[in-house]
Design a protein around this ligand. Structure first.
Ligand SMILES: *Cc1c(COP(=O)(O)O)cnc(C)c1O
Length: 396
């Protein structure tokens, strides 16, 4: 017999999500996550993935995966510290360090896991973390896990950050203080003010931690936001994901040799969770090779996003203040935004509505994620559907 208390908890809370309109129904893809996807037998132009460069379906990555699986097997067989470290893992870490222009890199099973691993490996209850209020969920959880005092500062507000850094330092209460931020904020596509953050960190001798999940493969010729600002030797922790632009799965921390050495000795997801399988590692390696040798995909990504942003603003839509390919189209109230997204779906466009509480009330938006592998015809089609639906709903 199952617990009555559990059953009641689940029933009440699931019902509550349904009444608030927060119950998420997950669509199932029938096939690959490319620029066109199949759902319920219907073909849709896909503007919802993080597969920025289209590498998730790139033949070179697929071939590398198959070859690695045949040579090394389907699984890594153990955690990295026992005997789950293969030459493939080391090769990928060396390649990433070279690409990021840092001394060393440690690879984890996901970007999420990096934040579970790295923050609590260096921060504890005697420390404080200054955290941007819009930081990603995995940063928030990673901070909590460390038991450090979390001090939130207003989004990208450098006066607020400096004030709070000053107070925390002068209080004399903390052994160490860290500033932690997303490199690119995924809802609005704005870039963290890293040059100012680095300056404040230097003024008060703070640790700097940048989670660059949406910047890697996109900014700084693919090497990320820190490289884009030329700050590679002034940021202590650079987190990257292998699951977005890189197109596979996994995450990594790039930094000084001694820091990476410490993470290999002490970070728990590295010590207690099995390492990524050979096929994934080999595909990631090939992906990094592609980024190093050729900027064509990145250029195509930026050209496509420019075209999409331009097309939508020409129609009279508010595309926000994005500085990256992330292209929000701000519709306004929650119900209209959901309805808009549904109409796009019916017209063959897959672009998700993002509403309160993920973004502030009244700023409901469609979040469009163009990629390098969308064709001109696909983008033209998207813009013509936005025109049709917008006029029909009297939004433009
Ligand atoms: C997506 C994302 C992650 C999670 O990365 P995964 O590799 O998908 O686990 C972590 N941090 C930020 C800022 C992200 O945007």
């Amino acid at each position: 017999m199952s617990s009555q208390a559990l059953e009641q908890f689940l029933t009440v809370n699931i019902e509550d999500l349904k009444t608030k309109g927060l119950y998420n129904v997950i669509d199932t893809l029938q096939g690959a996550n490319g620029p066109v996807i199949q759902i319920d037998g219907k073909s849709l132009i896909n503007l919802s993935s993080n597969n920025y460069l289209g590498l998730a379906t790139d033949q070179r990555l697929i071939d590398a995966s198959v070859k690695a699986a045949q040579t090394y097997g389907a699984g890594a067989g153990a955690v990295r510290t026992i005997n789950g470290t293969m030459d493939l893992h080391i090769e990928l870490e060396d390649k990433l360090a070279h690409f990021k222009k840092t001394e060393a890199v440690i690879v984890y099973q996901s970007g999420f896991n990096c934040n579970m691993a790295a923050i609590s490996a260096v921060m504890d209850q005697h420390d404080a973390i200054l955290s941007d209020e819009l930081n990603h969920a995995s940063i928030i959880d990673g901070c909590r896990l460390s038991r450090a005092k979390v001090i939130r500062y207003k989004h990208s507000d450098m006066d607020d950050l400096r004030q709070k850094a000053k107070e925390a330092t002068e209080s004399g209460q903390y052994h160490k203080i860290m500033i932690i931020t997303d490199g690119v904020f995924s809802m609005d596509g704005d870039i963290a003010k890293l040059p100012e953050i680095a300056k404040i960190a230097e003024e008060f001798d703070l640790i700097t931690y940048v989670d660059d999940a949406h910047g890697s493969g996109v900014l700084g010729a693919g090497a990320g936001t820190v490289k884009y600002f030329g700050l590679s030797d002034r940021i202590d922790f650079q987190i990257g994901t292998l699951s977005k632009a890189i197109g596979v799965v996994g995450g990594y921390v790039a930094g000084k040799k001694q820091l990476i050495e410490w993470l290999k000795l002490r970070s728990r997801p590295f010590l207690f969770s099995t390492s990524l399988p050979p096929a994934a590692i080999a595909a990631c390696s090939t992906s990094v090779d592609i980024l190093i040798s050729d900027t064509e995909l990145i250029e195509k990504l930026w050209a496509n996003s420019k075209e999409l942003k331009h097309g939508l603003s020409q129609l009279g839509y508010d595309v926000g203040q994005s500085e990256t390919p992330i292209t929000p189209c701000i519709i306004g109230d929650e119900v209209t935004t959901q309805q808009f997204s549904r109409r796009l779906y019916e017209e063959g466009i897959y672009a998700k509505a993002i509403v309160f509480p993920t973004v502030p009330k009244g700023t409901g938006r469609i979040r469009n994620m163009p990629t390098a592998v969308h064709t001109k015809e696909m983008l033209d089609q998207v813009i013509s559907v936005y025109e049709k639906v917008g006029k029909e709903m009297k939004l433009i």
